[in-house]
Design a protein around this ligand. Structure first.
Ligand SMILES: Nc1nc2c(c(=O)[nH]1)N[C@H]1C(S)=C(S)[C@@H](COP(=O)(O)O)O[C@H]1N2
Ligand SMILES: [Mo]
Length: 197
């Protein structure tokens, strides 16, 4: 069953297409470098920082976690939006619950295979539409789009969704990620055009 969450824009604005965006039916690939090679047998996902239980999963274990398939929109800060992507993955709150995240963990830093990082306030992550996604449109997530596993953040510009994610770190103090250190917005709300900081 596919859950349609494309109406989440109502929380933030009056139009499904955020201001200054144009719609595309393609799904461009945007990465700071090459797609890193990843042996699925070697992939590990770690949950660490301000948690009661440090967690580590291999890909098989990760795919056995409770998951959902959601129809979501995808908004790139460079100006294109792709509607109706069907992502399958594990919701962020599921991971939080399993790790027993400390009350004073106010911030989150995502880590990825290519050295990329991105950060968000924890309150922006603790929602059912933030997924650790391993499927796209009924297939395994393609490597160029972040397979085996990436983060998706349909309520934020897409640079908040780390491709090739290898870990999530819970922090008691904010820390900035790769693009956030280089001038992109910390909060990245597309309906407020929070592109730069
Ligand atoms: N690990 C990693 N994740 C990343 C990036 C990256 O360079 N490395 N680029 C980000 C940017 S700027 C965007 S717009 C989206 C693009 O996702 P796509 O290539 O699937 O369209 O991934 C984000 N996640
Ligand atoms: Mo981007």
């Amino acid at each position: 069953m596919v859950e349609d969450v494309t109406d989440l824009y109502r929380e933030f604005g009056s139009d499904r297409l955020p201001p200054g965006q144009r719609r595309t039916d393609r799904f461009p690939v945007l990465s700071k470098g090459e797609t890193p090679s990843c042996d699925p047998e070697e992939w590990r996902f770690e949950v660490f920082g301000a948690v009661d239980r440090r967690l580590e999963y291999d890909l098989e274990e990760f795919r056995d976690l409770p998951a959902t398939t959601q129809q979501q929109d995808f908004h790139c800060v460079t100006g294109w939006s792709r509607f109706d992507c069907a992502f399958t993955g594990v919701p962020f709150p599921e991971i939080e619950e399993r790790a027993g995240v400390d009350d004073d963990a106010v911030h989150v830093l995502f880590h990825a295979l290519d050295g990329y990082t991105t950060d968000l306030p924890r309150s922006d992550c603790s929602r059912g539409e933030v997924l650790f996604a391993y499927g796209l449109d009924g297939e395994d997530l393609p490597a160029d789009h972040g397979g085996p596993v990436r983060v998706v953040t349909p309520h934020k510009y897409a640079y908040k969704g780390a491709k090739w994610v290898t870990g999530v770190e819970f922090l008691t103090e904010p820390e900035r990620g790769y693009w956030e250190k280089r001038g992109y917005s910390g909060t990245a709300n597309p309906w407020r055009e929070e592109r730069y900081s």
